[in-house]
Design a protein around this ligand. Structure first.
Ligand SMILES: Cc1cc2nc3c(=O)[nH]c(=O)nc-3n(C[C@H](O)[C@H](O)[C@H](O)COP(=O)(O)O)c2cc1C
Length: 323
């Protein structure tokens, strides 16, 4: 029977997206080396199945005052249960990369406590945890690159099966880096009858379209019985002088000052409340884009994530091509 190839599981927990970017970079770098990897948000992972994994990479950020990202709360609660056996994670190899900011008192607190807890439960660290710091001139990437290099070296020593083509093999083909993650299909509405094989298929498509059209984030209230409140932006300017027409010329951060004015409804807020800024699109810019790309504004667009299976088939083919 054909043996299943070793697969690296990368779990990320993010509040504002950096840990996702870092996890995807680790996943891409692994795959360029011929190592199959799957990247998932930690809340899509069943914590009780952790002992059945042999190698897991955690990429976690710290938010609030040393708090876990929202997506990690259940996972963390699960790990903290008192009745978990001391050797629950025996045989599991793991590595932790944290994203934080050393300007905060509880610097990279989440990565540190996760690392400690997983190790206390009997898992074996592949490398010492890596700590990305916003204060570093290159941001978290300043620590990520050297950490990844050590990770691959140690991982190869622990289990060479992760790198079937050897420790120094790297796919040079840049198309792997730019590979599509989604497949986009356009359906012309007037040809829909032909494209859907049955009336039920057509109904389903129409129902989904109706739902998608209604799904503007601005229309979704998170708390029932509290009306949505819209604010008007009355002033915006950049504190960072290196910003030229919205693009940063240096490697610094883009820091802006916003002033918002209430235009509707009464609003109540307390200390620590978070304001969500949802971008809108200028309809004339949308029209210009559609015209430029010769797209029919009435066509339906189906966006499918490219499945991990087809992705790995593609990776295997590319690996063989490069050898
Ligand atoms: C509101 C807020 C609170 C933060 N609190 C901490 C903290 O307590 N400790 C820390 O090390 N970093 C803290 N950071 C820095 C983030 O961890 C850092 O920017 C990280 O790159 C964010 O990653 P994410 O986008 O995956 O959430 C905080 C950042 C924000 C915006």
């Amino acid at each position: 029977m054909e043996k299943k190839p070793a697969m690296l599981l990368i779990l990320y927990a993010t509040q504002t997206g950096n840990a996702l970017d870092a996890a995807e970079r680790i996943g891409r770098d692994a795959e360029r080396r011929g190592c199959a990897a799957s990247v998932s948000s930690i809340d899509d992972f069943d914590a009780s199945s952790l002992p059945h994994r042999d190698t897991v990479i955690f990429v976690v950020s710290t938010t609030g005052q040393g708090d876990t990202p929202d997506s990690m709360k259940l996972f963390w609660k699960y790990l903290l249960q008192r009745n978990i056996a001391k050797n629950w994670l025996e045989g599991v190899h793991y590595a932790v990369f944290g994203l934080g900011d050393s300007g905060y008192q509880k610097y990279n607190f989440v990565a540190k406590k996760l690392d400690r807890r997983i190790s206390d439960l009997g898992a074996t660290a592949i490398v010492e945890r890596g700590l990305g710091d916003d204060q570093h001139p290159s941001g978290y990437e300043g620590a990520l690159d050297p950490w990844m290099s050590s990770l691959w070296i140690m991982l190869y020593q622990i289990n060479p099966k992760f790198f079937p083509n050897g420790p120094d093999f790297v796919i040079s083909d840049t198309t792997l880096i730019d590979r599509p993650k989604f497949q986009v299909t356009y359906l012309e509405t007037d040809k829909l009858d032909l494209q859907s094989s049955s009336a039920t298929g057509l109904d389903r498509v129409q129902m989904q379209t109706g739902r998608a059209r209604f799904m503007s984030p601005g229309k979704v209230s998170h708390i029932k019985n509290i009306p949505d409140c819209f604010l008007k932006m009355v002033l915006v300017f950049s504190f960072t002088t290196s910003s030229v027409s919205g693009h940063l010329t240096g490697c610094g951060k883009d820091v802006r000052h916003f002033e918002l004015e209430f235009v509707s409804a009464t609003i109540q807020y307390g200390v620590g409340d978070v304001l969500e800024v949802l971008p809108g699109q200028d309809p004339s810019a949308v029209d210009a884009f559609l015209q430029r790309c010769n797209l029919n504004p009435e066509s339906l667009i189906i966006v499918h994530p490219i499945g991990i299976e087809s992705h790995h088939r593609m990776l295997k083919a590319m690996t063989q091509k490069s050898l």
